[in-house]
Ligand binder design. Structure first.
Ligand code: 1HN
Length: 351
C-alpha cells in the first residue's frame, strides 16, 4: 500500500465542503473523461432468430398491435439493460405485425429505419405514400413524418427497427404526436418517391421533401443484392469488408438519414476477413447465408456463428473480423454520419 498523500485529509475535507454547492474536482475524474481511447460500456451481443421468434410470436398472442401501438421486442445491449439502447446512441428492436393488424399513425422527431426480416407484403405508410415491405428492403421513416404500418397478408411480418432514440434523448429534443386517424390517408400511389428520385434523376424544380433525409423511403433488396452480386463478379473484393456499399441520399450523395448510416455487404464464399475497429458501433442483420464474427476488446473475445435473420452488435472500438464459408449478405447500421459531422470518426484497418 502506498502511504496516504500528506494532503489527503485536506482534500477530503475540501471535497465535502464543495459538495453541497454542486461542485466537484475535475482532477479526480479527468482520466475517465478523456480516455486514451474509446472505452464504451457496451458489450458485443448476438440475438439468434430461432430463440427470438417464439417470444415474438407469443407477444403476438399477448397484445394486439393497436394496444401496444408498436409491438416490438427491444434488442438491449447486455451492459445497457433498462435503457432501450443497443449502443449508447442507437436503438434496435424487432417488430411484429400479424395478419389484418394495423399499427396506428403517429409521428416523432426520432428518425427510424425498417429492415425487413420475415414475411412479405405488409406495408408502411410515410407521409401519404405506402410502401410494400419485402425481406431485405431498407425503408426510412424521416423525422416528424406521419407513419403507420399494416399487414393485409395471411402471415406474420417482422422487421428490424433502428432509431436514434438514445441520441435524441441525449439532446432532449424529442417531440411526438398521435394522428387523429388510425391509418393515414393515402395521397400518392406506391412507387412515386422511387420514380421521382430513385433513377439517377430528380424533379426539375424540387425542394428536398424531408430536409436532411433521403426522399426515397424504400431501397428494395432486389436492387441492392443485384448490385453486390455484379460487383463480386467484376470488381476487387475488399479484404476487410468483402463487397460493401453504403446507401445514399440521391439528392446529396451523403447518408440517407442524418443520424444513421446504413450499409449492405456480401461476403463471398470462403471469405476470411481482416480485422478492423472503428468508433461507430454497428448493428448487423443477417439477410442470407451463414458466417462467423469474432469481436475482441482488451483480453476478451466473443465469437458468434450467425445465420439468416440473426442480429448482432459490434460496439465502438472493438476489433471485429468476419468470415463466411458459404457466403452471406449482411445489412448494418451505425451512427457514423454523426461521427463524421463532428469530425471524430476514426477507423483502423488491422491485419
Ligand atoms: C416507433 O414509432 C416505431 O413507428 C418503432 O414502428 C419503434 C421505438 C421507440 C419509439 C418509437 C414505429 C419505436 C418507435
Amino acid at each position: 500500500m502506498n502511504a496516504p498523500h500528506p494532503n489527503a485529509q485536506v482534500r477530503q475535507q475540501l471535497y465535502r465542503d464543495m459538495d453541497p454547492l454542486n461542485l466537484t474536482p475535475l482532477w479526480e475524474v479527468l482520466h475517465a473523461l478523456v480516455p486514451r481511447q474509446p472505452a464504451t460500456p457496451c458489450a458485443p451481443a448476438c440475438w439468434q432468430y430461432d430463440a427470438v421468434r417464439p417470444l415474438l410470436l407469443r407477444a403476438g398472442d399477448a397484445i394486439t398491435a393497436e394496444e401496444a401501438v408498436r409491438r416490438v421486442l427491444i434488442l438491449e445491449n447486455p451492459k445497457l439493460r433498462g435503457q432501450s439502447a443497443v449502443t449508447q446512441s442507437l436503438y434496435a428492436g424487432l417488430q411484429l405485425i400479424m395478419p389484418r393488424e394495423v399499427a396506428p399513425s403517429h409521428r416523432h422527431t426520432q428518425s427510424a429505419l425498417r429492415f425487413i426480416v420475415e414475411g412479405s407484403g405488409a406495408y408502411t405508410a410515410v407521409d401519404g405514400e405506402r410502401t410494400t415491405m419485402r425481406p431485405g428492403d431498407f425503408i426510412i421513416t424521416p423525422s416528424w413524418t406521419w407513419h403507420d404500418h399494416g399487414n393485409d397478408t395471411d402471415a406474420p411480418v417482422v422487421w428490424l427497427d433502428g432509431l436514434d432514440i438514445p441520441m435524441v434523448r441525449f439532446f432532449d429534443a424529442g417531440f411526438a404526436e398521435n394522428d387523429s386517424s388510425t391509418s393515414q390517408q393515402v395521397t400518392r400511389p406506391e412507387g412515386t418517391s422511387l420514380a421521382r428520385f430513385g433513377h439517377n434523376m430528380a424533379p426539375v424544380r424540387h425542394e428536398s421533401p424531408y430536409g436532411a433525409t433521403s426522399p426515397i423511403f424504400s431501397y428494395p433488396y432486389e436492387r441492392s443484392r443485384e448490385t453486390l452480386e455484379q460487383l463480386e463478379r467484376s470488381a476487387p473484393v475488399d479484404a476487410w469488408d468483402g463487397v460493401k456499399l453504403r446507401y445514399t441520399n440521391p439528392l446529396t450523395g451523403g447518408w440517407p438519414m442524418p443520424t444513421i448510416g446504413t450499409f449492405m455487404q456480401k461476403l463471398p464464399r470462403g471469405f476470411t476477413g481482416q480485422p478492423w475497429r472503428q468508433t461507430d458501433g454497428a448493428v448487423y442483420s443477417v439477410v442470407e447465408g451463414e458466417g462467423e464474427v469474432t469481436i475482441a476488446s482488451g483480453d476478451q473475445e466473443w465469437r458468434y456463428r450467425f445465420g439468416p435473420r440473426d442480429h448482432f452488435v459490434v460496439p465502438s472500438w472493438h476489433t471485429a473480423r468476419l468470415s463466411s464459408a458459404a457466403g452471406c449478405v449482411l445489412f448494418s447500421f451505425s451512427d457514423r454520419p454523426v461521427h463524421q459531422a463532428l469530425g471524430i470518426h476514426s477507423e483502423e484497418r488491422l491485419s
